[in-house]
Design a protein around this ligand. Structure first.
Ligand SMILES: [Ca+2]
Length: 404
């Protein structure tokens, strides 16, 4: 199958006027980007909390690996080649190296596929090549129309179209009647423990500040779904022992950083999307402090952006970018300048965001425009290249190639 490709980056290809992909640096050029065919750099007022200064990105081509995925949500790379993809309505399937979609895998539990809910993240165990074990999280239906985010473990034998030994190992409490804010990203640490990022279910935002529930929390679990040893609230009366950090809103991206730490982002309300580096027992502020506001305008709570005892984000965006997916680029495939950058998808602006870092400091932000669809997931593949999933009824798996 011949892969189609087009160009991304600031370098135009004059013979191909539909090549809209380019790098932009501020939100202010979006109106231009939507209507103009010629690539443009822009500088000016930053819409984020870090400077946006001109930089030079390598030109890129976007290669379409697979089409026809229904609201794909998460991507993993199989050691034998090919891809494991979740689709929000409740399917998981293998996409082969040629981009052919395998059948939906049998053995998945029922999911509450409504609103933002459904089958969401998937992560392979670090020992997958040997044990064929994977984890996935999803909106788990319950009585009375309630649901919550659950984490499951299963095995996928090589070449099989069926998940084996499927077991739900954790369910968020309380269960809530809501189609919103499931969070649901899984990040495995080098010690095997799992971080599970959970939303506050929208209607229960105050619960993000309470330790007696799992809403708006980052959890740290063993591979069996139990509270991990060393968690900050183990043994404290009235606190859930799985909690690592709290005061989160709706996290849809997390990754293990090259520094060995969990990096994550979360959706703010209207404005105030954040990048955080969650530390044990710390309070990330929602909904007491936020750089955002109510939908339609107006302060949230007392309208505070800072308060003693509550952490500030490393980076924040107003207006919101609606971040989803997160990956560090550790390869040299796009040149030395991009190595070490943090990549984040934007659902709202159909962009891939690149944050250039010095340690945990965000030096600047670059916006790669023109994927043309909401970006749901971004990952670095075993080949060192960046892969994206686009969120649509006919979603795509894309690979970004350096344009030589
Ligand atoms: Ca916060």
């Amino acid at each position: 199958m011949a892969a189609k490709s087009r160009t991304i980056g600031e370098v135009s290809v004059p013979s191909a006027p539909l090549m809209l992909l380019r790098a932009v640096l501020t939100l202010g050029v979006l109106a231009v980007a939507a209507g103009a065919l010629s690539p443009a750099w822009a500088t000016g007022v930053s819409s984020s909390s870090s400077p946006t200064v001109p930089s030079h990105a390598p030109a890129l081509r976007v290669q379409v690996i697979a089409n026809g995925l229904e609201h794909p949500w998460a991507l993993a790379f199989l050691p034998e080649g090919g891809y494991l993809v979740t689709e929000r309505p409740g399917r998981m399937r293998v996409v082969d190296t040629q981009g052919r979609l395998g059948p939906p895998l049998a053995g998945l539990p029922q999911v509450a596929a409504r609103g933002q809910g459904g089958l969401l993240d998937v992560a392979l165990d670090a020992g997958f090549e040997r044990n064929r074990t994977l984890y996935f999280c999803f909106s788990e239906p319950a009585e009375g129309g309630a649901n919550s985010t659950a984490l499951a473990r299963a095995r996928l034998p090589a070449g099989s179209a069926r998940l084996e030994d499927v077991r739900v190992i954790f369910s968020q409490l309380p269960r809530v009647v809501s189609p919103l804010h499931f969070g649901c990203r899984i990040v495995q640490m080098p010690d095997g423990h799992l971080f599970l990022l959970l939303g506050e279910r929208y209607h229960r935002m105050q619960d993000a500040q309470r330790l007696d529930n799992h809403l708006g929390k980052v959890l740290r679990l063993t591979p069996d779904g139990a509270p991990a040893p060393g968690n900050p609230y183990l043994g404290r009366a009235g606190a859930r022992p799985e909690i690592w950090s709290y005061g989160h809103r709706n996290p849809q991206g997390g990754t293990l950083g090259p520094d060995g730490q969990l990096w994550m982002h979360e959706h703010g309300p209207q404005g105030g999307d954040e990048v955080n580096l969650p530390q044990p027992g710390r309070n990330y502020g929602w909904p007491v402090i936020t750089h955002g506001e109510q939908y339609g305008g107006g302060a949230i709570g007392e309208g505070l952006t800072a308060k003693p005892g509550m952490e500030q984000p490393l980076h924040h965006w107003t207006p919101s970018v609606a971040p989803s997916g997160m990956a560090f680029l550790t390869s040299d495939r796009y040149g030395p300048q991009w190595r070490g950058s943090l990549f984040i998808g934007s659902l709202k602006f159909n962009q891939l965001l690149r944050l250039e870092l010095s340690g945990t400091r965000v030096l600047r932000e670059q916006r790669l425009d023109g994927v043309g669809e909401r970006v749901r997931d971004v990952r670095q593949g075993p080949d060192g290249l960046l892969y994206l999933l686009t969120d649509s009824p006919q979603g795509r798996l894309l690979r970004l190639l350096p344009a030589m």
